[in-house]
Design a protein around this ligand. Structure first.
Ligand code: SAM
Length: 293
């Protein structure tokens, strides 16, 4: 194949299983003059697998802007160039979008070669409502910030459920499930990890159930978290006071510290501290003596 002169090819690459590289992607990588890589050593392994020796340039978060002018120059000189990232589709939680915008804006040719995208692979295999969905990329590192993000983002769709996809490092899976439990305890949560690899794993259920399913070995590797939100499970939808009463009663029976227990129950149910305090006191009060007739 002869790659078209002066064209930028945006090429999706596998997220684990090398068999997922499309024939068109392999042909294009073989034909281009230059491959722009997020990490040249990482992409060298893919190129070796294909038996290719290619000129490569790095293009990552820290040098993308500087690269733009020289890439435009090479395209203007008639070269064909492929853009890849370490895994999956470039530009999606990966570098490349600024370059693609510059090439499009310069009225040069861009061709997109679809292929693996971890969020789409997770959605398709999850059994959750796939459309509409929202893709949010990586979550914040700190739990308090993640909870704020989740509170703002986890909305139902305008006409029914909506699923939200997040990229979560394996080591944060338990914390993330706890954050979702605190913000939207009644949603359906799926953790999809190591997709297309030997240890592909699906953990499904309510946030509390999923948190209970996470094992030590799940804390390594890569994962997509999906939250399906309905009008009933969206953050801010108040739980039935009966649920909170039950949680308060259980916390008391377990001898938990009142302040801590009410803080946790408040996060789970969205009910105000004063309401929960009332429930705590209410369940402590002796039943009123029946008045004499
Ligand atoms: N551009 C890529 C794509 O198309 O999905 C994503 C790159 S982003 C830097 C890497 C994140 O994608 C990982 O931290 C993880 O959240 C997700 N990811 C990538 N490969 C995955 C896999 N095989 N299984 C589960 N999640 C994966």
């Amino acid at each position: 194949m002869k790659a078209s002169a002066g064209t930028l090819f945006v090429v999706a690459t596998p997220i684990g299983h090398l068999g997922d590289l499309t024939p068109r992607a392999a042909e294009t990588l073989a034909a281009v003059d230059l491959v722009l890589c997020e990490d040249t050593r990482h992409t060298a392994r893919l190129l070796n697998h294909l038996g290719l020796q290619k000129a490569t340039w790095s293009l990552h978060a820290h040098n993308e802007q500087e690269r733009v002018a020289s890439v435009l120059e090479r395209l203007a000189g008639g070269e064909s160039i492929a853009l890849v990232s370490d895994a999956g589709t470039p530009c999606l939680s990966d570098p490349g979008a600024r370059l693609v915008d510059a090439v499009q804006s310069a009225d040069m040719t861009v061709r997109t070669l679809p292929g693996p995208f971890a969020a789409a692979a997770a959605l398709a295999g999850s059994g959750l409502c796939p459309v509409p969905f929202a893709f949010w990329g990586f979550v914040a590192k700190k739990s308090s910030e993640r909870r704020e993000q989740l509170r703002l983002r986890l909305q139902a769709g305008p006409e029914g459920p909506m699923t939200h996809a997040f990229y979560v490092p394996g080591r944060d899976l338990i914390d993330f499930a706890e954050d979702v439990e605190a913000v939207a305890p009644r949603c359906r949560l799926v953790l999809a990890r190591e997709l297309t690899k030997i240890h592909e794993t699906w953990l499904r259920g309510t946030p509390a159930e999923v948190r209970g399913l996470v094992q030590e070995e799940h804390l390594r590797g890569e994962a997509v978290a999906l939250c399906e939100i309905t009008a009933q499970s969206a953050p801010g939808e108040k739980q039935e006071p009966a649920d909170a009463r039950e949680l308060v009663a259980r916390a008391k029976a377990a001898g938990r510290d009142r302040k801590e227990a009410l803080r946790d129950i408040g996060q789970k149910t969205g009910l105000a501290r004063r309401v929960l305090y009332g429930l705590w006191l209410g369940s402590e009060r002796e039943p009123e003596p029946e008045s004499e007739p």
